[in-house]
Write a new protein. Structure first.
Length: 120
């Protein structure tokens, strides 16, 4: 097994994704659906690298024990931290959600992001 991981942003070159639809209490409004193309898992699944797609809607976003780096490939999202401000991210933007993050994720335009999540 190699210790070098190469990632693709072209989902047509990746294996079939897994999909799901959020339900309450995660779902706040809309009818979003999610798909994930896992590209790598390391350290017994504690580190995951993938492309994730979401259609428009509003959901809870909780990261109690996870650090997640995100790079927006396409689309737009508005992230609001509980008790804080809202920030809109678009294609080409990147950000990190730190352990303890609690807020909302509003997908404004169908979104694809590349992410690396580290579960602590």
């Amino acid at each position: 097994m190699s210790n070098l991981a190469t990632f693709s942003q072209d989902v047509t070159t990746l294996p079939e994704p897994t999909g799901r639809k959020p339900v309450a209490p995660e779902l706040i409004s809309g009818d979003p659906s999610f798909r994930s193309w896992i590209q790598d898992k390391s350290f017994d699944g504690k580190v995951v690298s993938a492309i994730w797609e979401a259609t428009p809607g509003l959901t809870q976003c909780l990261k109690p024990n996870t650090y997640e780096y995100c790079y927006i490939i396409e689309g737009a999202v508005e992230i609001s931290e509980d008790g804080g401000k809202s920030t809109i991210y678009r294609a080409g933007d990147s950000f990190g959600l730190k352990p303890g993050f609690s807020g909302t994720w509003r997908t404004l335009e169908t979104l694809k992001k590349f992410y690396v999540a580290v579960n602590l």
